[in-house]
Design a protein around this ligand. Structure first.
Ligand SMILES: [Ca+2]
Ligand SMILES: [Ca+2]
Length: 487
C-alpha cells in the first residue's frame, strides 16, 4: 500500500496557502481531460495514492469495483482530493460514489465539494451533504448529487469525506469506492430536492414530510396512500431547445408494506398542458422495493424536451403505499440515453446475447423485464452509432442484482469498419456473497473517444456462478460538452 499520502498534513477545514511546503501535491501533474472523471485513483486500486487521508485504509473486503475499497475507520476519519478545474469551463460537477456501512451505529458522514482558488484558499462551497447512519444498513448504495456552479476564480475542487464517531466503536466504519466527479451541463434544477423544507416547492397529494431515516439530510417525503402524487414543475426556458435531462432520485419502501411507484417526467407547454410522450415513464415494482432493505438510487437520461416545452414536471405517483422519496435531481444533460431497449422491456431487441435471456420479473429495477445472465456465464452486448464522439466522454450506468459472479462491464470504441480502436471504460465488479434481489447501480465515465470513433459497443461479460445475475436499465449518454471535443 502506498503510505505516502496516508498521513494528513493539511487537515480538512484548515486553510492551505500557496507557499505552504506541507501543501500536498499530486504524484504527477494532474492533466484533467475536460470531460473525463476528474478524480485520480477513483476506485482505490492504487491504495490511497492521490488521496489525503486520516484514519483510512484500503481493504479487499467486498470491493464495489476492482480489488480494493477505501474504509474510513472507527472514530473520526477523513479523506480528500483536490482536482484541477482549469480546463473544465467551470460548469457544475456531477458527483457519484458508492457507500457501504455496517449498522445504525456508524458515525455520521459529510461529503463536500469545496471551491479553491489557485493558492488553495477556499472561496466557496459547491455541495455539502449530511449522510445519516440510517442510510447505512449493511447494503450497497450508490450516491448521486450535483454541485452548484463554481464561482469565477475557482481553480480547484476539493472533494472531501469526513466521518464522525459512531455509537459502537467496534462496528463503526464506512466504505467508499468508485468515486466520480465530472462536468455536467447544469446544476440541480429541483428546488428543495431533499425535502429539508418539507414539501416547500412541491405539489403533493397523499405525500407528507417525514423526518426519520432520510437518505440525505434529515428529511424526506413519504407517500402513504395509494394514488398519492408528488410533483414539481421546472422551467426549461433558460435551457437550449431540445435539452435532455439527467434524472435521479432515492426511493425506499418498508418491508412490511408494499410500496410501489411510478416516476414520470412530463413536458408541459406554455398553457401548462402535457405535450408529447413523457421524457421518462417508469415504474418500480413493490417486490423490488421490499427487497432493498435500504434506499434504492435510480438514474436515467430523458428524451430531449420537445420544441414547445416550457416546463418539465417530475411526477411521483404512489401505486401502493408506503414509499419514501429523497434526493431528487434534474439537470441539463447533453444527450438522451443512446442505448436502444435499455430496460429490456422489449426482450432482447437490439441486443446480442450468448447465455443471456430476457425474463419477466416482479423484481425488475424498473418495469417488468430484465436481462438474465445464465449461471454458467455469458455475454450480452449492443453496438451504438455515435455522432461527433471524438474527444467526448460518456456516462455509463447500469443496475445489477444477485451478483454472485464476477461481471465485466465495458465500453469499447469501434471505427467505421467496426474494428476495435480502444477501450473507453472497464468496470470490474466482483461477486458478492449476500443480498438476494438487491439492486445496485453502477456508474462510470469513459475516457474521451479517440479519433476515428464511429460506434461504441456496450458489453457485459458474466463469469460462472451458482445462480443467474440480473441486469436492467443500461444508460450511455453525455452529461456535458467537452471544450476540446468536436461535438
Ligand atoms: Ca475499488
Ligand atoms: Ca426493466
Amino acid at each position: 500500500m502506498d503510505k505516502t499520502f496516508s498521513s494528513n498534513p493539511n487537515p480538512p477545514g484548515r486553510k492551505g496557502t500557496g507557499n505552504n511546503q506541507c501543501q500536498p501535491l499530486p504524484e504527477s501533474p494532474q492533466i484533467s481531460p475536460d470531460c473525463n472523471n476528474l478524480i485520480q485513483n477513483p476506485s482505490f486500486e492504487r491504495g490511497l495514492a492521490d488521496w489525503i487521508t486520516d484514519n483510512v485504509e484500503v481493504t479487499d473486503d467486498s470491493p464495489f469495483e476492482g480489488t480494493q475499497v477505501a474504509r474510513l475507520g472507527a472514530g473520526v476519519a477523513s479523506m480528500f482530493q483536490d482536482v484541477s478545474l482549469i480546463d473544465t469551463g467551470l460548469t457544475p460537477l456531477f458527483l457519484s460514489f458508492y457507500i457501504e456501512g455496517t449498522s445504525f451505529n456508524d458515525g455520521n458522514l459529510i461529503v463536500e465539494v469545496l471551491w479553491l482558488d489557485n493558492t488553495f484558499n477556499q472561496i466557496g462551497i459547491g455541495l455539502r451533504q449530511f449522510i445519516p447512519p440510517s442510510l447505512r444498513l449493511p447494503t450497497r448504495v450508490s450516491f448521486f448529487d450535483i454541485t452548484d456552479q463554481p464561482p469565477a476564480g475557482t481553480a480547484w475542487a476539493r472533494l472531501q469525506f469526513s466521518k464522525g464517531q459512531g455509537a459502537v466503536a467496534a462496528e463503526d466504519f464506512i466504505k467508499i469506492d468508485q468515486v466520480i466527479l465530472t462536468p455536467v451541463n447544469s446544476g440541480n434544477l429541483v428546488q428543495n430536492p431533499g425535502f429539508e423544507l418539507g414539501l416547500t416547492g412541491w405539489t403533493a397529494t397523499g405525500f407528507t414530510p417525514n423526518f426519520t431515516e432520510a437518505f440525505t439530510g434529515l428529511s424526506q417525503a413519504v407517500g402513504e396512500v395509494s394514488g398519492g402524487t408528488l410533483f414539481q414543475d421546472i422551467p426549461l426556458t433558460h435551457l437550449p431547445a431540445n435539452t435532455p435531462l439527467l434524472v435521479s432520485f432515492a426511493v425506499r419502501s418498508l418491508q412490511t408494506s408494499n410500496g410501489e411507484l411510478t416516476v414520470q417526467v412530463l413536458w408541459l407547454n406554455a398553457a401548462g398542458n402535457p405535450i408529447g410522450p413523457p421524457g421518462l415513464d417508469v415504474f418500480i415494482p413493490h417486490d423490488t422495493l421490499d427487497q432493498q432493505v435500504n434506499y434504492f438510487t435510480y438514474l436515467a437520461l430523458t428524451q430531449p424536451a420537445p420544441f414547445n416545452a416550457v416546463t418539465a414536471r417530475i411526477l411521483f405517483t404512489t401505486r401502493e403505499p408506503t414509499v419514501f422519496v429523497d434526493q431528487v435531481i434534474l439537470a441539463a444533460a447533453k444527450t438522451t440515453n443512446l442505448i436502444q431497449n435499455p430496460s429490456f422491456e422489449r426482450g432482447l431487441d437490439h441486443w446480442t446475447a450468448i447465455n443471456w435471456t430476457a425474463e419477466t420479473s416482479g423484481l425488475a429495477y424498473e418495469g417488468t423485464m430484465v436481462a438474465r445472465g445464465a449461471a454458467n456465464g455469458g455475454v450480452i452486448f449492443q453496438e451504438i452509432a455515435l455522432d461527433n464522439a471524438v474527444g467526448q466522454c460518456f456516462l455509463f450506468n447500469y443496475a445489477i442484482s444477485n451478483q454472485r459472479a464476477d461481471l465485466l462491464a465495458e465500453i469499447v470504441w469501434l471505427d467505421s469498419q467496426n474494428r476495435e480502436i480502444g477501450k473507453g471504460l472497464i468496470l470490474v465488479t466482483p461477486a458478492v456473497e449476500r443480498e438476494n434481489d438487491v439492486w445496485v447501480t453502477y456508474s462510470g465515465i469513459t475516457e474521451p473517444a479517440p479519433p476515428g470513433t464511429a460506434k461504441a459497443r456496450v458489453q457485459f461479460i458474466k463469469g460462472q456462478s451458482g445462480i443467474p445475475l440480473d441486469l436492467d436499465k443500461v444508460v450511455l449518454g453525455r452529461l456535458g460538452n467537452s471544450k476540446s471535443g468536436q461535438g
